[in-house]
Ligand binder design. Structure first.
Ligand SMILES: Nc1ncnc2c1ncn2[C@@H]1O[C@H](COP(=O)(O)OP(=O)(O)OP(=O)(O)O)[C@@H](O)[C@H]1O
Ligand SMILES: [Mg+2]
Length: 404
């Protein structure tokens, strides 16, 4: 039995993490709960990587809620500098004070013979204006300096420049922030630090080394169903289970943007509002725009929805293409070289026969939807397909079709 920590809000075990997260609406699997438990016990930041919408940001929010800590969030972006991440000087306040203290400043310099000596005299008072009182703390300093324990969420750290990453690293290593004019602030209670990344660029090895690392993939069917259930969508149990299977099928289709957990939940709510209690391709086609946000993805999914709804159609018969699978692929996706989908002009759609082009097409610039699991070709964002996940399976599926 682990000792109960001093702070009553701290977790006492991995199970305690799971239970308290569930009480706050976050369904954690064992690996995730273990990582969170370790993060709170080892005083190490955790780096969460994974595709969009798998609950990275939500994990930090839930951690704050479940431990009663303040949540401080640093949303990273390109060009961000220390004055946005660590601290800045409150120029407005400094100005106001100098205005109000005009007479005092006048007295101070009254007996100086010239401008240069007046400036020197004021310079001697710098420390008054560059003191704690005039500091504008940003999330990192706030987390270190604040009296209340905090969860510091450094969201989408891959969007920040490498220079800022280095600065953050320094702070995270020691849980301290140095302000040259004042000194060093050291956290009395180390914040729980959660960094998230969508892998738009590689993070430094130094950062990775200092963090616990957790790759969040799409959940397995049971956990996704648990999540849908926990959101009280109003969709009957069996229908929700079926829907989860359909969404998982969609994730295997090499879409440009896979449906995320929140989109499964949105779809369940949508279907519940429409009073659907049995899934059929027509009702899913009518509502698929809830989960698919690119026209190309939508077209592709509409073609394949019937067999996603009724997986029996995909069972291949040895040695020959049956209708539900072979025909669809042959016709719509062009196993024949040069075949194109009939998706209207302008999509630049390539065929499944050319898997590389399909993957390359996924790798267009845009927030979160880069070919997350590693598009082909050299480049800093390339990531090998992670074993076992749906993304990895999707790539394997393309390879299989190419050899059909
Ligand atoms: N394990 C979970 N339990 C309950 N809800 C979850 C879980 N995972 C994800 N969700 C739901 O999915 C939504 C999206 O999650 P979140 O915003 O944390 O994704 P993200 O990984 O940060 O995505 P992005 O990379 O786009 O920022 C959450 O608001 C939450 O409702
Ligand atoms: Mg997020």
């Amino acid at each position: 039995m682990p000792a109960i920590p001093e702070n009553p809000a701290a977790f006492v075990s991995v199970e305690d993490v799971s239970e308290r997260f569930a009480a706050h609406g976050y369904i954690a699997d064992r690996r995730l709960a273990t990582t969170v438990f370790l993060l709170t016990r080892l005083d190490k930041p955790v780096l969460l990587e994974g595709p969009a919408g798998v609950g990275k940001t939500e994990l930090a929010k839930t951690l704050a809620a479940a431990t009663g800590r303040r949540l401080l969030r640093l949303q990273c972006y390109e060009g961000q500098d220390e004055s946005r991440a660590l601290y800045d000087w409150d120029y407005g306040k400094q100005l106001l004070y100098t205005q109000m203290l005009r007479d005092k400043i006048g007295d101070l310099t009254a007996d100086t013979p010239d401008l240069a000596s007046a400036v020197r005299r004021i310079e001697e008072q710098d420390s008054v204006f560059f003191s704690d009182r005039f500091l504008a703390p940003r999330p990192v300093l706030d987390a270190v300096r604040g009296e209340q324990p905090a969860v510091l969420l450094i969201d989408e750290v891959d969007r920040a420049d490498e220079a800022l990453e280095a600065v953050l690293l320094e702070c995270l290593a020691e849980y301290q922030v140095s302000v040259p004019e004042i000194g060093t602030y050291q956290a009395k209670i180390p914040p729980y630090v959660v960094l998230t990344s969508n892998n738009t660029r590689d993070l430094s090895a130094a950062l990775k080394r200092r963090c616990l690392h957790l790759f969040l993939d799409y959940p397995d069917a049971e956990r996704e169903l648990d999540i849908v259930r926990s959101k009280d969508t109003g969709l009957p149990e069996a229908t929700a289970r079926h829907l989860v299977e359909v969404v998982r099928g969609l994730r295997g289709l090499q879409l440009r943007k896979n449906p995320s957990i929140s989109e499964t939940v949105d779809w369940a709510r949508t279907l519940a509002v429409l009073g659907v209690d049995e899934l059929d391709p027509a009702v899913l086609a009518d509502t698929a725009n809830v989960v698919l946000k690119y026209e190309r993805d939508l077209h592709r999914a509409l073609d394949l929805l019937p067999r996603l709804v009724d997986p029996n159609r995909v069972l291949p018969e040895p040695g020959h293409h049956h209708d539900g699978h072979g025909h669809h692929h042959g016709h719509h996706h062009g196993h024949q070289p040069g075949g194109h989908q009939h998706h209207g002009p302008g999509h630049g759609e390539s065929t499944e026969a050319d898997g590389r082009a399909v993957r390359a097409a996924m790798d267009r610039p845009g927030r979160h939807d880069e070919g997350y699991y590693g598009t082909p070709g050299p480049g800093p964002t390339q990531r090998p397909a992670s074993g076992g996940g749906q993304g990895a399976r999707a790539f394997a599926a393309v390879a299989r079709r190419r050899t059909d």
